[in-house]
Ligand binder design. Structure first.
Ligand SMILES: Nc1ncnc2c1ncn2[C@@H]1O[C@H](COP(=O)(O)OP(=O)(O)OP(=O)(O)O)[C@@H](O)[C@H]1O
Ligand SMILES: [Mg+2]
Length: 262
C-alpha cells in the first residue's frame, strides 16, 4: 500500500509550491487515476514517489510510505534499490526514456542487471517472459532490435515490460498513452487492466484526460494548483462532480464521448 501524507514540494526557483499538501492512498491492487490541468503538480507528485525529485533544487516535506517504508527521506542508496525493484515507472514519450544505442532486450532487462545476480541467460529468459506478458509479438526478434526499429506502441509496451520486469508492487504511469494514437492507446489501457488483474499490481495513472481515466481507474483524484480538490470513485465523480474545476473537466469532454464512455 502506498500512503502519501501532506506532501509539499517547492522548487527553489519558484514562488509557488508545485505540490501544496497532497495526501492520498493507493491500496494494494488498486488503480488510482490522477488528473488535473497542466502544471497542477501531477508529475512532481509522481517524481516524489519515484525518487526522481532533484533534492538539491527544492524543499520538500511530508511522508511517502510504500508498505511502511519511507520513500521521501530515505538515503539515495536505499532508494535506488526500492525503486529498482518495488516501483516501476513509465513515462509519456517512450523514445525519450529509451537509450537509442542499446538493444531493446537489454533495456528491458536493465533493472535485473543492476539489482539481481541473475546471469545473462536467466535475465534474457525473464525479459522474453516480460515481453510476452505485455504482448509484444515475436519477443526473440524484438530483443535484438534497437528502439527506433519499433513502432510507438511497441516502444511503450517495451517500456512497460522494463517497468514490470522486477515484479514491482507499484507502477507509476505518467501520461503513458498521450503520445499514442487512439487505437494503440486503447490497446495499452487493456494491457494495463490485464496486468493489474493478473498481478494485483497497484498503479498510479496520471492523465489530463478524465475519459481515459474512467476506462481504467476505479478511483480518481483531481489536482489543481498543487492541491487535491476532489477524490473518490470515478463513476460517482463523473455523475456528480462536487468541485467547480472537476465540473469543468467533465464538461470539456464532448457529450457524445461522455455518453459512450469511450
Ligand atoms: N525541475 C523543476 N524546477 C522548477 N519547477 C518545476 C520543475 N518541475 C516542475 N516544476 C513546476 O512545478 C509545477 C508542477 O509541475 P508538474 O510537472 O508536476 O505539472 P503536471 O501536472 O504534471 O503538468 P502536465 O500536465 O503539463 O504534465 C509547475 O509549475 C512546473 O513548472
Ligand atoms: Mg506532467
Amino acid at each position: 500500500m502506498l500512503v502519501i501524507k501532506d506532501l509539499h514540494v517547492k522548487f527553489d526557483n519558484r514562488d509557488r509550491e508545485a505540490v501544496a499538501g497532497v495526501s492520498l492512498t493507493i491500496e494494494d491492487g488498486e488503480i488510482l487515476g490522477l488528473v488535473g490541468e497542466s502544471g497542477s503538480g501531477k508529475s512532481v507528485t509522481a517524481m516524489s514517489i519515484a525518487g526522481l525529485l532533484p533534492r538539491k533544487q527544492c524543499t520538500y516535506s511530508g511522508d511517502i510510505l510504500l508498505d511502511g517504508q519511507d520513500l521521501l527521506h530515505a538515503k539515495r542508496s536505499d532508494l535506488r534499490k526500492i525503486h529498482g525493484t518495488k516501483i516501476g515507472v513509465v513515462f509519456q514519450e517512450p523514445m525519450s526514456s529509451m537509450d537509442p544505442l542499446m538493444k531493446v532486450g537489454e533495456q528491458v532487462g536493465e533493472a535485473l542487471r543492476i539489482h539481481t545476480k541473475l546471469d545473462r541467460q536467466a535475465r534474457k529468459d525473464k525479459v522474453i517472459k516480460a515481453m510476452e506478458s505485455v504482448e509484444l509479438r515475436d519477443p526473440e526478434a524484438v530483443y535484438d532490435k534497437y528502439p527506433h526499429e519499433l513502432s510507438g506502441g511497441m516502444q511503450q509496451r517495451a517500456m512497460i515490460a522494463a517497468a514490470i520486469i522486477t515484479e514491482p508492487s507499484l507502477l507509476l504511469l505518467d501520461e503513458p498513452t498521450t503520445a499514442l494514437d487512439v487505437t494503440i492507446q486503447a490497446q495499452i489501457l487493456e494491457l494495463l487492466k490485464k496486468l493489474n488483474a493478473e498481478r494485483k499490481m497497484s498503479m498510479l495513472f496520471i492523465s489530463h484526460n478524465l475519459n481515459v481515466v474512467r476506462k481504467l481507474c476505479r478511483k480518481v483524484a483531481v489536482m489543481q494548483k498543487g492541491c487535491l480538490v476532489e477524490e473518490g470513485l470515478t463513476d460517482e465523480i463523473f455523475l456528480n462532480p462536487q468541485h467547480p474545476y472537476t465540473k469543468r473537466l467533465i464538461d470539456a469532454i464532448p457529450t457524445r464521448i461522455r455518453k459512450e464512455g469511450s
